[in-house]
Design a protein around this ligand. Sequence first.
Ligand SMILES: Cc1cc2nc3c(=O)[nH]c(=O)nc-3n(C[C@H](O)[C@H](O)[C@H](O)COP(=O)(O)O)c2cc1C
Length: 229
Amino acid sequence: MSITPQETDLFSLLEHRYSVRGFTDQVIEKTVLQEIFQKSQQAPSNCNTQPWQAYVISGERCRQFAKSLAEAIVGGAPSKPDFDVTLGFFDEYRQRQVDCAYALYGSMGIERGDKAGRGAAMLRNYDFFGAPHVAFIAMPKSFGIVNALDVGIYLQTLNLVMESYGVGSCIQGALAYYPDLVRKELGLPEDDSMQILCGISFGYEDKNHAANNTRTVRADLGENVSFYE
Ligand SMILES: Cc1cc2nc3c(=O)[nH]c(=O)nc-3n(C[C@H](O)[C@H](O)[C@H](O)COP(=O)(O)O)c2cc1C
């Protein structure tokens, strides 16, 4: 059975898409799930090498893993990412990060000085924001920044294809922080030959979840783009 995407106009998708951080329990039909990942295979890559690996966990298994991951982290599991995760934001980049955090915490009613509230909101990353699906995105350990460009393009493709099927998602760098626990769950070799770059939680949006009122803005064009003639 083929499922028709609900929205395929690119400009409309770009305008209306936002990160979703609260989901209903409804599991996405397997045929839809497969179509989403099949269509995303069209992402371009350097020499067509397609270096991405997506590990999709669904349904009860996803919820069980969220539970055990969050428990392990609260219990003090060490964070040992596969690559340097230093963000190194400064000046306007730092300001945008702060604005982004305020937008999220503000929509959830978390006050500026509420450390516990912020901690709990951060921990929601590891509950996959309640989603019935999560995909961990990886590439071989020997690959570097050139190949990570391809994976980034894949992520955006996946993100927009999901959106076109009415599926909300949140790409999460936070899901790169405990790769050993992820590899164990996925049955991948412990030798970290696949590096876990990030995750993406997804499913149908819970329209009543406060976090989903978060909206972000973009810089003026001149801050990011220079035209030369
Ligand atoms: C590579 C990447 C990593 C991200 N990591 C996280 C994360 O760990 N947790 C989170 O809540 N959002 C995360 N986000 C979502 C961003 O915060 C979000 O895309 C940004 O604030 C713009 O908002 P929008 O997606 O609603 O347009 C990430 C997005 C990207 C592209």
